[in-house]
Write a protein that binds this ligand. Structure first.
Ligand SMILES: [Zn+2]
Length: 298
């Protein structure tokens, strides 16, 4: 499991919160959050990834608290997202200017390259600085400065939601390379877009699934959801048995394909197997080392 900690820079746009740089009708804290949420959504389409954000909305939080959150969680990488200001154009990335691990340097190299390639930003180079979040985190930590909010050419890009998507995608492309991430085999289910007032409990009741099933299908580690978030609701939750590791099961004669797509040969059906792993809509059968849909075993 790869644990990716994302830190949207600054606190938010409410009164008394640190908004970061403000110019051209844009607020840094809002942009960093938008990019971070897109990044999270994209990362959760990969297998074996856990994502945690230092904030998922407006939130008072110090730099030390951000680092501590990632340290306590045992993150594999800390990624702080910022927007630049103060005269310049394009993209730069930072790591700590003291002692860093060789992986920190390797991570910066790959992330930097992928972000520049994906966004087409002017490349201002890989830099080092004594920033608190970089200094106080125990894992490789990289801070990205994604364009200049006070430069019209950059600001015009940052006003465009699909460009924010590109920025998030650039970060994803780097992380995919770093951790050799593989796409989730598409979990079967339907998509629910979170509306104002939705709770995980409410959604679970509406679709007849458990909160745990929703969390598992979406890689959620907390009960926090946000408006606009796309949740996969694993189908058949109420009529599919709750399988556990170690359960003995048989593959139904009606089953046709493994969850990975290959045809299930007839001689495999009707035999008893042991469940080694359980995931949203499928189970891993120990004796044949194959993923089979829950609906196809009994
Ligand atoms: Zn900033």
């Amino acid at each position: 499991m790869v644990k990716i900690f994302i830190d949207p820079g600054h606190e938010g746009v409410l009164n008394g919160y640190d908004p970061g740089a403000v110019a051209n009708g844009l607020k840094e804290a809002e942009l960093t959050l938008a990019i971070a949420l897109k990044l999270k959504d994209k990362l959760l389409t990969y297998e074996n990834v856990q994502v945690k954000l230092s904030r998922e909305g407006n939130k008072k939080i110090t730099l030390a608290e951000r680092a501590k959150m990632a340290n306590d969680w045992g993150a594999d990488i800390f990624l702080s997202i910022h927007i630049n200001a103060g005269g310049g154009v394009g993209f730069e990335s930072y790591i700590y200017n003291g002692n860093v691990s060789s992986s920190t340097i390797a991570y910066q190299n790959i992330l930097h390259e992928e972000i520049v390639k994906t966004t087409g930003w002017n490349d201002r180079g890989k830099k080092r600085a004594n920033y608190a979040v970089l200094r106080e985190t125990k894992m490789p930590a990289i801070l990205t400065e994604n364009g200049f909010i006070d430069r019209t050419t950059d600001a015009n890009k940052l006003k465009n939601d699909s460009f924010l998507d590109n920025i998030a995608q650039g970060h994803v492309n780097g992380l995919v390379k770093l951790f050799n991430l593989k796409k989730n085999s598409t979990p079967s289910g339907i998509t629910h877009i979170v509306q104002a007032g939705d709770t995980l409990w409410g959604i679970s009741q509406k679709y007849g699934v458990t909160i745990e099933q929703i969390k598992e299908a979406n890689g959620l580690i907390s009960d926090t959801i946000y408006v606009g978030q796309k949740l996969i609701i694993p189908i058949g939750g109420s009529d599919v048995r709750d399988f556990k590791v170690g359960d003995k099961v048989k593959i139904k004669s009606s089953a046709t394909h493994y969850a990975t797509g290959q045809t299930i040969p007839n001689w495999v059906k009707g035999q008893t197997y042991t469940i080694q792993q359980v995931k949203s809509d499928r189970v891993l059968l120990k004796e044949i080392i194959s993923w089979v849909f829950k609906k196809d075993v009994e």
